[in-house]
Structure formats: structure tokens, C-alpha cells
Ligand binder design. Structure first.
Ligand SMILES: [Zn+2]
Length: 424
């Protein structure tokens, strides 16, 4: 029945048909050469079945009191009608709300976590523009934000670079150059730069930077801020928000030995404040992304908090998966800002990358032979990867559920009809 017909009405399940068992015939054992069976069958109409030979509980003080009425005569079971089942009346809800019960939750709960090895892993390959865009859109949706990129008013990156194509191009260049090769490294890296770049809206810190001026910050002198105005000049720049003159000059010196507009600049030129070369880090798409890779793989190293990580770059720490996720955030942003958001992005990215199911470098990959499963299982896994973390009233899952429930869909089309749902 359709929901529209059912809602608000009392639903009474149809009464079950009365079923009768067939009369059981004793086996003719003689055809098997057995003439004298030690296990003689009792015929159904044997009067002995009606005799109660002993009361098994008569001496048991914990047993229920025996019936005072005459015990019911036992009927031969072959012809007994099954007791009629009275179904409880159920009132269907009047609302149109539908609770979407995700099949994967069921399966996880039953300790049958599985997936199908599709080989679609992001290790050791570039991301396509579509993949990068999808990542961006999915993360944005989780925060109910729009799709604008590099669109903050303080972002001086040229407008022709404010495209997914260019962002993807620079992302791939950076991951290749800095060995951010494995899925889990990319997942961690994107989680961090997404937050640091204010969700890819800018390459420049929002604050005016006066808080980093000499005398204003305890680390100012140590980090090279010796002149008034160094705070605003060397505030956070690039997608990893390199902060302080010391870090930015070190990066510029490194970058000048590689490719890019600054190639060949001398240390003296780079150190000269009036040249304003630090602006490249925030205002040039290549340097904004490249500086993030440099920070991630070359510059920032673990301290002594964890002996197994000491001196390792973030890119190595990322290989530990979830274990040091908060420590990674602390190393990127000492103040601990956005720790929970970074963790959330990390979780979303793991799903988008299908990390638990397809990554060839994931030692804990959920792997079972696909032949063990019904054909619709792969759709469960795909849907799970795409929609995990969303509840049923959020887009795009909301729209997908409506699709599941569309009347007249084709039976047997697992891409749509696999979904299990019920109303509450
Ligand atoms: Zn992988």
C-alpha cells in the first residue's frame, strides 16, 4: 500500500491463513531392508499419547502450582489447527516523515563491516578536477556553506586562478613534489589546509597581524620580528598560513631554488623587507599551495611529545592514520584552533576517499571476497561512502531518499531499490 493511503489509518495486518499439517505417515523401513527397527514410530492415533504417565514437577517446590482442572486431552498434533494469531492494531503516523534506516548501519552493527575492492584508490596518482571539486563540495555541504572558492575580500589571488581546475592543478603539483602520495596523507593534508585557508576562501590571515609585532608577542623577536610593522607584514600567508618572518623567509629561500616566479632570487633580495616577496605566498596560487606542501613535508617537525614521532615531518605522522590527528592539528596550529573541525573534515574525507574499503595502502582495509555478497552490497558501500555522517534530512541524502521512495521504480535495479526504509 502507498503511504498516502495508510497514514492516519488503523492498519490491521491480514489474518494468517489457517494451516494444517499433513498427516505424517510412518516410513516403510522394509524397503531399506530394515525389518525390525529399534526405533519404532508411534502412530499419531496411539492412545498412549493421551496418557500422562508422571508429573515431572510434583516434588519441585519452585514449580508452578498444578492446574486444578482436568488436564486438557492431548489431541493428535497432525490435525490440530494452529492457534489463531491476533495481531495488535497499529496506528500509522499522520506525518510524512520517513525514517531512513541505513543498511550499512545494520551491517556494521552485526559486525559484518565489509566493502568491495574496486582499486579506486587515490594513492600515487593525481586527483581529477571532478574529484577535487567533489571533495570540496561534500565538505562544504557538511557545513551548509556555499560553493565559492578563494572568494574572501582579502584574497588577492588573480581571478583566473580562482577555479577548481587551477586549484586541482596546484594541489597535484604540490602532492607530487612533497611526497604526499598516499590516500591517508592527502586526507590529513587537505583537512588541514581546508581549515587554514578558511575553507579555501583565502591565502591571507584575516587578523591585521599587529598582535605579532615586536613587544606584542612573546615569540616576536625569536621569529624575526624586529621592526614595527613586521607583525602585519608576516602574518599568516598561504594555505598552511605560514606565520612569522623567520618561516616565510626560510620558505622563500627554498622556493627561489626551485621553480616559479621567484626562482633565482638571492637570499639578500628575499630578506629585504621593501621587496615584499612574502606577498607571493598569500597572493600567488602556486606559492600558496606550494608553501603548504613545504610546511607539511619539509619544515614542521614533531617535537619530543611522542618518542616514536620525534623529528618526523607531518607527512610521516599522517601515515599513522587516526592515531595522532589532534597532534597534527597542534603542530599546524599551535593554538589548537579548529581542532574539532579538522577532525570532522578528516572523517568526511576518509569517506569520500573510501579509505576503509579501497585504499591499497590501508593495512586495516575491510576486505572480503565480493562473491560472498549479494549484488546490492556494492551499492550499500557506495552510498555509505558518500552519505555517512549526514542525517536523513540533510542534503544530498535527503534527495537521495526521496529517489529511493519514488513510486514505480524498477524492481531489481539495485542502484535504487536496495534501500531499506521504514516509517516511524
Ligand atoms: Zn590509497
Amino acid at each position: 500500500m502507498f503511504w498516502e493511503e495508510l497514514k492516519g489509518k488503523t492498519y490491521i495486518p491480514p489474518e494468517p491463513e489457517n494451516k494444517k499439517r499433513k498427516k505424517q505417515e510412518p516410513l516403510n523401513l522394509e524397503v531399506f531392508g530394515i525389518l525390525d527397527s529399534p526405533y519404532a514410530l508411534t502412530p499419531a492415533d496411539d492412545q498412549g499419547l493421551n496418557e500422562i504417565t508422571a508429573d515431572p514437577v510434583q516434588n519441585d517446590i519452585h514449580a508452578p502450582q498444578p492446574e486444578t482442572t482436568q488436564p486438557e486431552t492431548l489431541e493428535a498434533t497432525e490435525t490440530t489447527e494452529i492457534e489463531e494469531v491476533k495481531a495488535p492494531k497499529r496506528l500509522m503516523p499522520t506525518a510524512n516523515d520517513v525514517y531512513h534506516f541505513h543498511p550499512i548501519a545494520f551491517i556494521n552493527h552485526m559486525k559484518l563491516v565489509f566493502g568491495e575492492q574496486t582499486g579506486e584508490c587515490h594513492c600515487n596518482r593525481d586527483l581529477t578536477t571532478e574529484e577535487f571539486k567533489n571533495i570540496f563540495i561534500q565538505v562544504r555541504k557538511s557545513e551548509k556553506l556555499g560553493k565559492g572558492i578563494l572568494n574572501h575580500s582579502n584574497c588577492a589571488i588573480p581571478s583566473n586562478d580562482k577555479t577548481f581546475e587551477r586549484l586541482t592543478e596546484e594541489f597535484n603539483k604540490t602532492t607530487r613534489k612533497y611526497g604526499i602520495n598516499q590516500c591517508i596523507q592527502k586526507i590529513h593534508f587537505i583537512s588541514q589546509i581546508y581549515w587554514e585557508s578558511a575553507r579555501f576562501t583565502t591565502g591571507l590571515e584575516f587578523a591585521d597581524g599587529t598582535g605579532y609585532n615586536p613587544g606584542q608577542h612573546r615569540d616576536a623577536a625569536k621569529m624575526g620580528h624586529t621592526v614595527a610593522g613586521d607583525g602585519p607584514k608576516y602574518k599568516g600567508r598561504g594555505f598552511m598560513q605560514l606565520t612569522w618572518r623567520k618561516s616565510q623567509i626560510e620558505y622563500l629561500k627554498y622556493a627561489a631554488k626551485k621553480e616559479g616566479t621567484l626562482k633565482g632570487k638571492t637570499d639578500t633580495e628575499l630578506e629585504l623587507r621593501s621587496n615584499n616577496y612574502e606577498k607571493y605566498i598569500s597572493d600567488n596560487l602556486f606559492y600558496a599551495m606550494d608553501s603548504a606542501g613545504w610546511f607539511w613535508s619539509n619544515y614542521k617537525k614533531a617535537g619530543s611529545k611522542y618518542s616514536e614521532l620525534k623529528g618526523k615531518p607531518l607527512n610521516d605522522i599522517a601515515l599513522h592514520g587516526d592515531t595522532y590527528i589532534n597532534y597534527i592539528s597542534t603542530l599546524v596550529n599551535g593554538g589548537g584552533s579548529g581542532k574539532s573541525e579538522r577532525k570532522k573534515y578528516y572523517g568526511i574525507l576518509k569517506n569520500i576517499f573510501k579509505y576503509d574499503f579501497v585504499c591499497v595502502n590501508n593495512e586495516n582495509k575491510q576486505e572480503l571476497e565480493s562473491s560472498d555478497f549479494a549484488p546490492w552490497v556494492k551499492y550499500i558501500y557506495q552510498e555509505f561512502a558518500e552519505y555517512k555522517g549526514l542525517n536523513e534530512v540533510e542534503s544530498p541524502l535527503k534527495e537521495r531518499i526521496i529517489e529511493y521512495h519514488k513510486p514505480g521504480r524498477k524492481s531489481g535495479d539495485h542502484s535504487i531499490s536496495w534501500c531499506a526504509s521504514f516509517v516511524y
